[in-house]
Design a protein around this ligand. Structure first.
Ligand code: DON
Length: 540
C-alpha cells in the first residue's frame, strides 16, 4: 500500500510552480526599447541579456527618465538556481558633497552638482557578465544605433522637455530642445556607448570616459572626481521578502525603501481580511497603513551600509500595535503620530520594465536619473545626461525634497553613501500565478506597487485594472490623501472626508507601471503597459 501511494504521488502532475512560461515577454516604457529586448531573446539571449539591452536603449529613447548617467535596481529571479538577487546600481554621493544633512551646494535638483556617481554602467556590466549569455557588444548595439540614428519625440517626451527646458546646460539644450515629431540624435553618447561595448564599465569608471566626464565636471562645477568613479561598485543584495496570506513578496532592499515599506504595510494588515472589507473601509485602512509606514520610512531608513536601522523596524508586535492605533471611522492626523512641516512636490519620470523568458528567469527593474531629465546637465564630451539623485538625500533638515518627502538623519549625505530610494521593483508569487511589477513616480512608487499587489492578491478585477485604475497615496507628510482624478467615486470621496481625510486631487495622472502576469497553471503570460504612458508589451 505504501508503495502504491508513493507511485500515485509520482504519477500526479507536477505541481503548478514547476510550470514554465509559454514563451517570453518584455514590457517597458518605450516600444523601441521593448524591441531591443526582443532582439536579444531572438538572438538566443535570456531575460538578463534582454534587460541589459532594454536598460541601455531606454536611456537613449526615454532620456528624461533614466540612462547611463543614472542608476537603479535590477531585481532578478534566476530559474536554474531558484534564487532571487537584487543588483544595487544606485548612485553614490561624491566625496566633495561632504557630510551632514545640509547640502553644501546651491541646488540639489538642477545643475551638475546635483549628480551622484552613476551606477547604471556597472549595473549593466554585472547583468551581462554574471547572468547573461550574449556578448556585451550585442546588448549595447541597439542603444548605439538609436543614439546615432535618432528617434522621434513623443507627445509625453515633448511635454517633459518643455517642463525642464530651463534646467538644461548648452549641450542639453542643443540635444533635447526638439518638438513633438522631431528627431533627437545623441552622437557623443553613441561614442560613449561604443566604448562601453568594447571596454565595458572599466572605460566609464577608470578609462577614457572617466577622464572626459571629470574634466567636464571640474570646468562646470560638478562634484564627481576620478576617485569617486574608481571607488564605485555595484552591490548584490538579498532582496526583502515576506509572506502575506499565501503570497510570497520579493522586493527591493535598502538603499531602496520600497521592500521595507511594503513589508511594513503588509505586516500591519496581517490580521485583516481585505477581500471582506467594503471599498470605503479598505481604502481608509490602506491610507492609514501607508501613513504609518511612510512616517517610519522617512524618519529611520537610509543606506544600511552607513546607518543602522532600528532592530524592531519590522517587528510584528510593533506593527500590530500600529495597526491597533488605526480607528476605522476616523483618520489619525499625522501630527498625532509625530510632527514636521508640510509641503508637496510632484514629477513623472524614471522608468520600470518587466521581463520573463521561457526558462522562467525574471527581471523587475526600476531605473532613474531622478527628476525629469535629471540635473539637466549633459557632459559635453561624453553626451551623458547626469542624474540629480542627490536630492533623494535629506539635504535640508525638516525641509521637503522634490517629492515632498521630509526625511531624517539616517538619510543624511555622506561620501560614498547611497541616497534612500523609493524604487520598488517587485515580484509577487501566489499559489499559482506570479506578478512582476514596478513603476516610476518618486515617493508614490511604493503605494502604487502596494495597490497593484493588492489588486493581484484579491483578483476581483481584470489584470489591466490593477495597473490602470486610479491611484491614491499618503506619505505621512503632507498629511493628505493625494489621488488621481478617477481614483474615487463621489460617494467614496465623501465617505473618506467624513472620516476626516483631507483629499487632494492631483491635476494629472502619475506613474507608468509595466507589469507581467504569469499564470503558472497554463503558462500564459499577460503583459500590461500602463495606459498613462507610451509603453508596450511584446512577445518574440
Ligand atoms: O529613487 C527614487 O526614489 C527617486 N529618484 C525616483 C524618482 C522618480 O520616480 C521620478 N518619477 N516620477
Amino acid at each position: 500500500m505504501r508503495y502504491l501511494c508513493l507511485l500515485l504521488v509520482l504519477l500526479l502532475p507536477l505541481p503548478a510552480a514547476a510550470a514554465k512560461p509559454a514563451g517570453s515577454m518584455v514590457v517597458a516604457a518605450h516600444p523601441q526599447a521593448v524591441a531591443a529586448g526582443i532582439d536579444m531573446l531572438n538572438k538566443g539571449g535570456n531575460a538578463f541579456d534582454a534587460a541589459a539591452a532594454v536598460a541601455l536603449a531606454l536611456g537613449v529613447v526615454e532620456p528624461g527618465s533614466s540612462g547611463f548617467g543614472g542608476g537603479g535596481f535590477f531585481l532578478l529571479y534566476i530559474a536554474k538556481t531558484d534564487r532571487y538577487v537584487m543588483i544595487d546600481a544606485r548612485e553614490t554621493a561624491p566625496a566633495l558633497a561632504g557630510h551632514g544633512e545640509v547640502y553644501a551646494t546651491a541646488s540639489s535638483i538642477d545643475g551638475p552638482q546635483s549628480a551622484g556617481v552613476p551606477g547604471l554602467p556597472a549595473g549593466v556590466e554585472r547583468l551581462v557578465s554574471s547572468y547573461g549569455q550574449l556578448p556585451r557588444s550585442d546588448v549595447t548595439a541597439p542603444a548605439i544605433r538609436l543614439a546615432r540614428e535618432g528617434f522621434a519625440v513623443t507627445p509625453h517626451l515633448g511635454a517633459m522637455i518643455r517642463w525642464r527646458a530651463e534646467a538644461f546646460n548648452d549641450s542639453g539644450r542643443a540635444i533635447f530642445m526638439r518638438r513633438q515629431g522631431e528627431t533627437i540624435r545623441q552622437p557623443a553618447l553613441a561614442d560613449t556607448l561604443a566604448r562601453f561595448a568594447v571596454k565595458g564599465a572599466a572605460d566609464f569608471y577608470r578609462g577614457e570616459t572617466a577622464g572626459r566626464l571629470v574634466a567636464d565636471m571640474q570646468r562646470d562645477g560638478g562634484l564627481i572626481r576620478l576617485a569617486d568613479l574608481a571607488a564605485y561598485h555595484v552591490i548584490e543584495r538579498e532582496p526583502v521578502s515576506f509572506d502575506f496570506h499565501g503570497f510570497h513578496v520579493v522586493s527591493a532592499a535598502l538603499p531602496s525603501s520600497g521592500g521595507m515599506t511594503l513589508a511594513h504595510i503588509f505586516a500591519q494588515l496581517q490580521d485583516d481580511d481585505l477581500a471582506a472589507l467594503s471599498r470605503a473601509d479598505r481604502t481608509h485602512l490602506l491610507i492609514e497603513t501607508m501613513k504609518r509606514a511612510y512616517r517610519d520610512r522617512n524618519a529611520c531608513l537610509g543606506d544600511s551600509d552607513f546607518v543602522s536601522i532600528p532592530k524592531d523596524y519590522l517587528d510584528a508586535q510593533r506593527l500590530q500595535a500600529l495597526r491597533a492605533s488605526i480607528q476605522m471611522d476616523q483618520t489619525t492626523p499625522s501630527a498625532e503620530l509625530a510632527g514636521f512641516a508640510e509641503p508637496i512636490g510632484a514629477s513623472v519620470d524614471t522608468t520600470h520594465f518587466s521581463i520573463i523568458d521561457a526558462e522562467g528567469n525574471m527581471v523587475s527593474a526600476t531605473l532613474s536619473i531622478n527628476y525629469g531629465f535629471g540635473s539637466g546637465y549633459v557632459s559635453p564630451s561624453t553626451g551623458i545626461l547626469l542624474n540629480d539623485e542627490m536630492d533623494d538625500f535629506a539635504t535640508r533638515p525638516g525641509q521637503p525634497n522634490a517629492y515632498g518627502l521630509v526625511q531624517g538623519r539616517a538619510n543624511a549625505v555622506a561620501p560614498g553613501k547611497r541616497m534612500l530610494s523609493s524604487m520598488t521593483p517587485t515580484f509577487v508569487v501566489g499559489p499559482d500565478r506570479t506578478f512582476i511589477v514596478g513603476t516610476p513616480g518618486g515617493s508614490r512608487i511604493i503605494s502604487m506597487v502596494l495597490l497593484a499587489a493588492v489588486g493581484f492578491m484579491l483578483d476581483e478585477t481584470p489584470p489591466a485594472d490593477w495597473v490602470n485604475r486610479g491611484r491614491f497615496h499618503h506619505q505621512f507628510l503632507p498629511d493628505l490623501v493625494q489621488y488621481e482624478p478617477d481614483a474615487f467615486s463621489p460617494p467614496l470621496a465623501a465617505g473618506l472626508e467624513k472620516r476626516g481625510h483631507l483629499l487632494k486631487q492631483m491635476n494629472r495622472q502619475y506613474g507608468n507601471m509595466q507589469a507581467i502576469l504569469w499564470d503558472r497553471r497554463s503558462g500564459r503570460l499577460t503583459g500590461i503597459a500602463d495606459r498613462r504612458g507610451d509603453g508596450a508589451a511584446r512577445q518574440p
